[in-house]
Design a protein around this ligand. Structure first.
Ligand SMILES: Cc1cc2nc3c(=O)[nH]c(=O)nc-3n(C[C@H](O)[C@H](O)[C@H](O)COP(=O)(O)OP(=O)(O)OC[C@H]3O[C@@H](n4cnc5c(N)ncnc54)[C@H](O)[C@@H]3O)c2cc1C
Length: 587
């Protein structure tokens, strides 16, 4: 059956914070559709806990320049500083916009938006932690997502819920310029294929934390947007930089916000020692995540881990007043009670690093436009949020800078896309635009292979946890690369049990696994190639940062290998430095 064709000006893929913030802008001046594989309020933004930072200076002295400095230093000097300046400057309005939309922030006694401390956010260029994170208890992301959704509903934004976008349509014109032409989606309820034509496409599909086993990320974070762009021959940037959040519930990975340490929580080893005093004497438990995660792993490796297997450390909240914990951290204390049976007001909570956030992704400029190489724009194609790499987070994101990123760059992408559609034309579609999706989906549905999605995914996650985690070296990364290649080979023989059309999540999980395998390979190859340690990339065999050779972004390209297959080619892009030259990163 021929697919249905829908025509809009702006197509937004994803209804998390970035997608809906973009939709609020784009729909004001262009006919906009939002396609989302999840019902909007189930997007992962809703799981965000600790806060969104902006130098409001409501609690103490602060300014956006200090925030920029912290972001650049936190990202270990791989941050594009022009982008970080924009983000930190626009942060203030981004928070106030949400307040005007009705977001119920936690308040100071005088009624201002309250702010708390967070890792790596300091005053006067690193002197002491600063109160910069605006929050709504430990449900900040939930409040952002609900507020944005309600405002989208108020503004009559058109949503296509449970539509899985599986391909991007591009048109190359006579002079070789690439343009966005639309997307191809599968409707979950019917299994039907739909084509959405648009003058502009904004990708806001979030991260890919499911390449790891121990992860804070939802089951749905499979990097579809990155995978789609990759298969269409566009590059991905800095994929080796994957963040591990220090405080996952031990053995489970469920996140306990850094806000717990912002409220005064302390990490202790099995001897009860506050070990972060040794690793980051000035800001201790509020050092950036890469440093805290490494310190925890070292404590465990050196035999000071707690528990029967000595394989975790403790988060200690017991010295904080119970009312403060209940009021400021209600959800995470409940998680500790429910999942580990621990009472955080009186007992220590077992924690260990958990895979959390992709610093890399689809390269964009500060307007949110997607890049086909270091500077060529794909006309009409935008990306924002965790799927994108602007790069404001460099090699290590500071806590609370992602909720900020999605609001600032979601808004910019929405405005710029809508403006673009006012003067652009619809692009011609290729003949049979649905063809690639149909053959992928039908190939999976009718496969008689013997491999199972769940088994392959589990093996992928295990090798990634073991070999591409907080610490890596050439040997572990070579093992991961070999394992991923073998899993890709076996994936060709994957079959799904559900052969039906309606609500075939079995089939879609197989598609998602394909994206995860592609992204894992790029991550591992990039990490192996980068022979230095910087931010989240900690190489045991190259323990220092090497600015002479490596203060540059990795750009990965998918190219034909001559044997009918594909190979990954790595190239580089200079880091944009405006004010801050790299210096030794001490905290
Ligand atoms: C547990 C947890 C706590 C966090 N806490 C904080 C915090 O306190 N502060 C902070 O700054 N950051 C935090 N983060 C990080 C932050 O929440 C995320 O990076 C951010 O919310 C990502 O937003 P997004 O809009 O880019 O993507 P998401 O919110 O993940 O949304 C992705 C959207 O894309 C859609 N989508 C994906 N694939 C497809 C497809 N193929 N077709 C159609 N639609 C698709 C999904 O349906 C979804 O709507 C946290 C993250 C986690 C996991």
């Amino acid at each position: 059956m021929a697919p249905q064709i829908h025509t809009y000006d702006t197509i937004i893929v994803g209804a998390g914070g970035a997608g809906m913030r973009a939709a609020l802008e784009a729909s004001k001046r262009s006919r906009t559709a939002v396609l989302t594989k999840l019902y909007p309020t189930r997007s992962h933004t809703g799981a965000a806990q600790g806060g969104m930072c902006a130098a409001l200076a409501n609690v103490e002295d602060d300014n956006w320049e200090w925030h920029t400095y912290d972001t650049v230093k936190g990202g270990d000097y791989l941050v594009d500083q022009d982008a970080a300046e924009i983000m930190c400057k626009e942060a203030i309005d981004a928070v106030l916009d949400l307040e005007k939309m009705g977001l119920p922030f936690s308040r100071t006694p005088e009624g201002k938006i309250d702010q708390r401390r967070f890792g790596g956010h300091t005053k006067e260029h690193g002197k002491a932690p600063v109160h910069r994170s605006c929050y709504a208890a430990d449900r900040t992301g939930h409040m952002i997502l609900q507020t944005l959704y309600q405002n989208c509903v108020k503004q009559d934004v058109e949503f296509y819920n449970e539509f899985y976008v599986l391909d991007l349509l591009l048109h190359t014109d006579a002079d070789g310029t690439q343009h966005a032409a639309g997307v191809v989606a599968l409707e979950l309820a019917t299994g039907e294929i739909h084509i959405f034509r648009g003058k502009a496409v904004i990708l806001a599909t979030g991260g890919f934390g499911k390449v790891f086993k121990t992860t804070s990320n939802a089951h749905t974070l499979t990097g579809d947007g990155m995978g789609i762009v990759w298969r269409r021959g566009l590059p991905l940037e800095d994929m080796e930089f994957y963040q591990f959040h220090p405080t996952g519930l031990a053995g489970l990975g469920i996140l306990l916000t850094e806000g717990a340490r912002g409220e005064g929580g302390i990490l202790r080893n099995a001897d009860g020692e506050r070990f972060m005093e040794r690793y980051a004497p000035t800001i201790k438990d509020l050092a950036p995540r890469d440093i805290v995660a490494r310190s925890m792993v070292l404590e465990v490796r050196d035999g000071r881990g707690a528990g029967p297997n000595k394989d975790y450390v403790y988060l200690d909240l017991t010295h904080l007043p119970a009312e403060q914990i209940e009021e400021k951290l209600p959800d995470i204390t409940e998680f500790a009670r429910t999942y580990l049976g621990v009472e955080p007001t009186t007992e220590l909570v077992p924690v260990y690093p958990t895979a959390h956030y992709a610093m890399g992704g689809v390269p964009t400029n500060i307007a949110g436009e997607v890049l086909a190489d270091n500077d060529t724009v794909v006309k009409g194609l935008y990306a924002a949020g965790e799927v994108a790499c602007v790069s404001v987070h460099g090699s290590n994101r500071l806590g609370t800078n992602s909720l900020l990123d999605i609001n600032v760059f979601g808004r910019r992408a929405g405005i710029n896309a809508a403006e673009y559609t006012e003067q652009a034309e619809l692009q011609p579609l290729p003949g049979e635009p649905e063809q690639a999706v149909v053959s992928m989906v039908e190939g999976l549905r009718t496969s008689t292979g013997h491999e199972r999605v769940a088994a392959l995914r589990a093996e992928l996650q295990t090798t990634m946890d073991q070999n591409a985690g907080v610490y890596r070296n050439d040997e572990t990364l070579a093992q991961a690369e070999k394992d991923v290649k073998e899993l890709q080979r076996r994936y060709r023989d994957v079959a799904v049990q559900d052969k039906g059309k309606r609500f075939n999540t079995d089939l879609l999980e197989a598609v998602e696994l394909g994206f995860l395998l592609d992204l894992a390979e790029i991550l591992v190859i990039g990490a192996r190639n980068r022979t230095e340690s910087r931010g989240a990339q900690a190489r045991e065999d190259y323990p220092t940062r090497d600015d002479v050779n490596w203060q540059k972004h990795t750009m990965a390209y998918r190219e034909k290998d001559g044997d009918g297959g594909y190979k990954i080619r790595l190239d580089y892009k200079p880091v944009i430095v405006t004010r801050y030259q790299p210096t030794e990163r001490k905290y």
